[in-house]
Design a protein around this ligand. Structure first.
Ligand code: ADP
Length: 185
């Protein structure tokens, strides 16, 4: 099963993604993790991505598609995976459709985790990550509203979108996710 997992920064997507890949037994494909890995390994791509990430901006599509394309070629991803943090804009969503169509494995569902913006700010200021300053958090939320929210419409137009309420405890949220995922598989 190929699933796209979408949600604003701070929605608790990381925690839920971890549980979901264990439930479905599929690999986790997080562009944020892959980019941070490229930066820590000091690759050319990592060096080019770093400035955008530090500013809370999207890394250029060309770089993101380069790592996603390479990852999709790995045999362990043939039967499914959870895309986390990708696609982040409509062009990336279209590119993913082409990549999956070329492999005859179209996307099965797009799962949205919804949390209101006050709660997001509160949650993000409570965690410690190097790119979490009030300025970059505000910037990432704005990028989400401007560039990623249209991806939800893209999938809803294609009848692939399932939206889940991300408020409450991690267990409560995961219960809602499970119901949606199991009813579509
Ligand atoms: P969060 O969901 O908390 O913003 P991520 O780890 O998903 O964290 O992303 C961190 C940063 O990595 C983003 O702010 C962005 O700069 C970059 N990034 C991750 N995925 C993408 C993507 N698909 N397209 C462009 N930039 C990305």
């Amino acid at each position: 099963m190929f699933i796209v997992f979408i949600g604003p920064p701070g929605a608790g997507k990381g925690t839920q993604a971890q549980r979901l890949i264990e439930l479905l037994e599929i690999p986790h494909v997080s562009t944020g993790d892959m980019l941070r890995d490229a930066i820590s390994r000091g690759t050319d791509l990592g060096r080019r991505a770093a400035e955008f990430m530090q500013a809370g901006d999207l890394v250029p599509d060309e770089l993101v598609l380069q790592i996603i394309g390479a990852r999709l070629d790995q045999p362990e991803l043939q039967h499914g995976c959870l895309f986390d943090g990708f696609p982040r804009n409509v062009d990336q969503a279209k590119a993913l459709d082409s990549l999956l169509a070329a492999r005859n494995t179209p996307l099965d569902m797009a799962l949205e985790l919804r949390v209101d913006s006050q709660e997001l700010m509160r949650r993000m200021l409570g965690r410690k990550r190097q790119d979490d300053t009030p300025e970059t958090i505000a910037q990432r939320l704005e990028v989400y509203a401007n560039q990623t929210a249209p991806v939800l419409k893209y999938y809803s137009d294609r009848h692939l979108l399932a939206s889940v309420d991300g408020s409450g405890t991690p267990d409560e949220v995961f219960q809602r996710i499970k119901v949606r995922v199991q009813s579509s598989s």
